[in-house]
Design a protein around this ligand. Structure first.
Ligand code: AKG
Ligand code: FE2
Length: 297
């Protein structure tokens, strides 16, 4: 039997070791995901890995304790949005789930760092400048543009609206904003553990190097969520940071667990270049969200 490198290299008790090797996709037995550390700018080895495969994972970007404390801030933002009866932030609609007792919680929080000092401070970490330099000249962390810092809480329970995402590429989003697709680094910071059984990010490695035609048509965007034989599960622990190229095909798999155990909380950093396009409370709902409604998530 072939040994799964992800599981074989995992420390006992870590998120990866809890995953059953048989449940992990075939690609995880072939591609070993290294445990990189981000100290400042990406090293040559890290850039090579990222440019070759279209994704990278940095372990322990912050301690588990700091990640847990930031997760508490997510719960505070959530409680305030619900108590204030908010439906949108800066024109971007909130996505709500409903608990068994009928109370609401927010599953997709846009502009997170404008609503919490803890997240605003987190984004001042100088290592993020190393990431903006990798994105390209003139890139900035855009706390008040597009959707700002997005905090996703995927959950699998009857009242949840945001449980999974079908196959897609992020670069297409620029087209929905009527802008030319830019180099798009999707930087995910994990607030909770993400072993394979909470679902999570599945990528088709190297598809960022595809022609535009295949970026548009390889699969039906967001509608198709059938597992692919070549997909790779990117598992992570609270405090880890991942980057995937916006052109890579990826999906968010449904958790096999339910309720609180199924929650996967990941925040995505807003990287932009070009002229500033600040959003305010009078900003209109982006066209992209009307389409979201059509594909049913
Ligand atoms: O679940 C994730 O980490 C990825 C989410 C995602 O692909 C997206 O919001 O575009
Ligand atoms: Fe995505």
């Amino acid at each position: 039997m072939q040994i799964d490198p992800v599981v074989a290299s995992a420390k006992p008790g870590s998120a990866a070791s809890r995953s059953n090797a048989a449940e992990l996709p075939r690609a995880n037995r072939v591609i070993h995901i290294p445990d990189f550390t981000l100290d400042g700018d990406l090293t040559a080895e890290q850039s090579d890995f990222f440019e070759t495969f279209g994704f990278i994972r940095f372990k322990r970007f912050v301690s588990r304790e700091r990640a847990q404390s930031l997760y508490q801030s997510v719960l505070e933002i959530d409680a305030k949005l619900v108590a204030d009866g908010r439906e949108k932030v800066n024109g971007v609609p909130l996505i709500f789930g409903k608990r068994a007792d009928g109370t609401r919680y927010v599953q997709r929080i846009p502009f997170g760092s404008l609503q919490s000092d803890a997240f605003h401070t987190f984004l001042q970490d100088p290592r993020f400048q190393g990431i903006t330099r990798t994105a390209g000249q003139g890139y900035r962390i855009a706390e008040d543009e597009r959707d700002g810092l997005v905090i996703n809480r995927f959950r699998n329970e009857p009242g949840a609206k945001y449980k999974r995402l079908g196959w897609h590429t992020d670069s297409l989003r620029d087209l929905f904003y009527f802008e030319k697709p830019r180099r798009y680094l999707n930087v995910g910071f994990y607030l909770t553990d993400s072993p394979a059984e909470v679902g999570g990010l599945r990528v088709l490695p190297c598809t960022h190097n595809q022609p535009i035609s295949s970026m548009l048509t390889r699969k039906m965007h967001f509608v198709n969520d059938v597992p692919d034989v070549d997909e790779l599960a990117i598992t992570a622990e609270a405090g880890d940071l991942t980057i995937h190229d916006g052109r890579i095909w990826h999906r968010t798999a449904l958790s096999t667990l339910t309720g609180d155990a199924s929650e996967r909380c990941v925040s995505y950093l807003p990287l932009m270049d070009g002229p500033l396009k600040r959003k305010t409370e009078s900003s209109k709902m982006p066209f992209y969200f009307r389409l979201k409604g059509l594909v049913g998530y």
